[in-house]
Design a protein around this ligand. Structure first.
Ligand code: 5GP
Ligand code: ZN
Length: 115
């Protein structure tokens, strides 16, 4: 684990790049996605840099708290009809930002399979 100087989401954690923060605690930060794919689209990230979900899950307790944080944010923002959690991981997973993030998507029925 390291903290790349050029990591976009580390810069959001540090406040160097602005974001619409909806919730935070000691470990995680939740902010609205800049290109929302649903009426509610929030990203939940660890404040300490982890490259992807696999690296974060090397600490299973942290991974559990990450999912709990995402579920908490979904409830906080009124996803009463349900929500979808997504962790795009690696090139085939469609990951475009190399700092682990859980997408919280809600506010419309989700389709399956995803693209
Ligand atoms: P990924 O494609 O890695 O699963 O998700 C990265 C997400 O980060 C995308 O949904 C993209 O819209 C979002 N994103 C990229 N740059 C920014 C930014 O500067 N601010 C915010 N709030 N979201 C961003
Ligand atoms: Zn980072």
């Amino acid at each position: 684990m390291h903290t790349p100087a050029d990591c976009l989401f580390c810069a959001i954690v540090d406040g160097g790049i602005p974001a619409d923060v909806v919730w935070r605690d000691d470990e995680f930060l939740a902010f609205r996605d800049i290109n929302p794919q649903a009426p509610l689209h929030v990203l939940v990230i660890p404040q300490l840099h982890r490259a992807d979900a696999g690296e974060l899950a090397a600490d299973p307790a942290l991974a559990g708290r990450w999912i709990a944080a995402a579920a908490h944010v979904a409830g906080l923002l009124g996803a009463a009809q349900g929500y979808r959690l997504v962790a795009n991981t690696g090139p085939d997973g469609g990951q475009t930002v190399d700092h682990a993030h859980l997408h919280v998507l809600a506010g419309r029925p989700m389709r399956w399979p995803p693209g």
